[in-house]
Design a protein around this ligand. Structure first.
Ligand code: DGL
Length: 280
């Protein structure tokens, strides 16, 4: 029987986007074993209704819990927004961490003037989780949410820069950032863009080109990894060994596509021996 601290940290995402969080976690905690589940059969979650997202997320999380994990990290912004309290209640006392609070902390501390734009999927923006989390940390902040649905397929297609991507970004963001020839707005220019979706860090260069160098762009990957490290430390669950962590990737559909697209998010190839097809 394994000691709990020797179990892997489980990460869940609707697909392969959460590998941006996996990557940050592997860098921050190199001796931890990581078990990742991407529910590619049901991707995308971001255009679905709340109760469907909660149902899918519970099912996927149960699979990881049944395999044996010491902590669950919900790497998906949409799933975190819709299902975090339900997951915590359902799997108590397992520690369950999401990406919204860490992302909100990153944005609230990056912004100088307190005007923040959060971009995410339709479900995340509609649920208001980021807006509420930032308000708790920095009550005076003015937060504008904008759903950027097309960024998800663009990132998966590997279209991360160039005039087409910048044109779409401009169309989504022109009014909130007072770009181009729109009439002068009363509210101050936002100085921070929070990437509230796993896929959006891949488009960061294009977004920076559109918004200019004065706008700070932040995401939740690094701050989530930091929160996981703190929680493992606090609960005495840090892996006791010094060897490099072992990694397994589970997906619910189309392993070749997961490997191909996932490599862009992870920044390295995903090998056949570490990739498994599962049915939920
Ligand atoms: N992983 C989702 C998120 O971070 C994006 C993809 C989807 O819509 O499922 O919100």
């Amino acid at each position: 029987m394994k000691n709990v601290a020797q179990l892997p940290v489980g990460l869940f995402d609707s697909g392969m986007g959460g590998l941006t969080v996996f990557k940050a976690l592997a860098q921050r905690l190199p001796t931890e074993d990581l078990l990742y589940l991407g529910d590619t059969a049901r991707l995308p979650y971001g255009t679905k209704g709340r109760s469907t997202i909660v149902r899918y997320t519970l099912k996927a999380a149960q699979h990881l819990v049944d395999m044996g994990i010491k902590m669950l990290v919900v790497a998906c912004n949409t799933a975190t927004s819709a299902a975090l309290p339900t997951l915590r209640e359902h799997f108590s006392p397992l520690p369950v961490l999401g990406v919204v609070e860490p992302g909100a902390i990153a944005a609230a501390s990056a912004s100088r003037n307190g005007h923040i734009v959060v971009i995410a999927t339709e479900a995340t923006i509609a649920g208001g989780a980021y807006q509420h989390a930032i308000a708790r940390i920095r009550p005076q902040a003015v937060v504008t949410g904008r759903a950027c649905t097309l960024f998800v397929p663009l990132a998966e297609e590997g279209w991360m820069d160039g005039p087409l991507v910048e044109g779409i970004a401009r169309r989504y963001l022109a009014d909130v950032f007072h770009l181009a020839d729109l009439p002068q707005q009363d509210s101050p220019q936002p100085d921070t863009l929070l990437l509230g979706c796993t896929h959006f860090p891949l488009l960061q260069g294009a977004l920076q080109n559109v918004l200019g160098p004065k706008v700070r762009i932040v995401d939740s990957a690094a701050t989530t990894a930091e929160s996981v490290a703190n929680e493992l430390q606090r609960s005495g669950l840090m892996h006791p060994g010094q060897a490099s962590g072992k990694y397994r990737f589970l997906t619910t559909d189309n392993t070749p596509r997961f490997a191909k697209t996932g490599a862009m998010f992870l920044g390295r190839p995903i090998n056949e021996e570490e990739l498994f097809l599962v049915d939920l």
